[in-house]
Write a protein that binds this ligand. Sequence first.
Ligand code: A2P
Length: 318
Amino acid sequence: MMKSYPLSQGDRIPALGLGTWKSAPDQVYQAVKEALTLGYQHIDCAAIYRNEAEIGRAFTETLATGQIKREDLWITSKLWNNAHKQDQVIPALKQTLSDLNLDYLDLYLIHWPVALKETVLLPDTGADFYSLEEVPLLETWLGMEEAKKEGLCRHIGVSNFSQTKLDQLLKNAADKPEVNQVECHPYFSQTDLLNYCQSNNVLLTAYSPLGSGDRPDAFKKEDEPVLLNHPLLKEIGEKYQASPAQILLAWAIGRETVVIPKSVNPTRLKENLAAAEITLSSEDLSKITQLDRHYRYVDGEFWTRDGSPYTLSNLWDE
Ligand code: A2P
C-alpha cells in the first residue's frame, strides 16, 4: 500500500504521484497508461503543460477496462495565470475537465501567484501582465471556492506561494487552501516553509524532486548543479540498494511531503514508484537535508522580464 497523507478537510492523498510537466504530448499518453498499470494512483497535471488531452485519453482507456476505478485515483490540475479573475476560474477548470475527460478533480491549484492578461499564455512584455493589485490572489481564490462548491473539484490549494502569500490567504479565506505545491529537493529543502505548512494544516507537495534536468534551455542557467550526481546520494543509496533518484524520493516522503517525479520511461517509472517503499533513517534524512544551498532550479525569472510588475523579490517575498 502506498503511503498517503490526510488532508485538513478529509480524504487522503497518495505520497508519490506522477509529474507530467515536460512530458511531450506524444509520450505522455503511453507514460500515464504505463504508470496506472504499474500502480501509480496519483497524477499531477496542469493546463499549461498542454498535454491534458493526451493524459485524458490514457485515463479514459484505462478506466474503461474496469480494472481501475476513478475513486481510486487522485488527479490534480492547476489554473493557468491568464484566468485569475474570479469568473474565469470555473470556465478554465471546465476546460481541464473536458481535456482530462473527468467529472471532477481531486485537487485544483492556483499555479502561480502571477496574473496574465486573458489572451496571453506566456508573457513577452510587461503589458502582458496584471499586477496583484489589479487582480488580487484573494479574488482568484473566490473563484476556486466557487469551483469547489459546484463539485468540480474536491480540494483546493495553491502552488509557488511563499509563506507570506500563503499566510495572507489562510488569514482571509473562508475555505482554506489545503496544499501548497512548491519546488523542493535537497538543494532547496524549504525547511521553514515546510514547518509553517505543517503547523497550519497545509500539505506541502515537492515539485522538481529530481532536479528537473529536462527543463527547456530557456529555464536553465549555465553551470547549474546536477542534483542527481551528488556523491552523498550514491553513498547512501548503496546502504539501501537504491538509486540516487530513489534516495531523493525517499527523502521527500521521509519528510512527510508529497512528491511528484516526472518520467516517461517505463524503467524509471517503476524505479520511482518503488522508492515510496524505502524508509531512510533519521540520520540519513538529516545528512541529506544538510545539502541545502537555497538553490532554485525554477527561479521564476520568467515572470520578471521587461517591465513586468513582478520581481524575484516580490514573487518569493525574500
Ligand atoms: P525521463 O522522463 O526520461 O525518465 P523532475 O521530476 O525533477 O522534473 O525530473 C524529471 C527528469 O528526471 C526527467 O529528465 C526524467 O527523465 C528524469 N528522471 C525521472 N526518473 C528518473 C530516475 N529514476 N533516474 C534518473 N532520472 C530520472
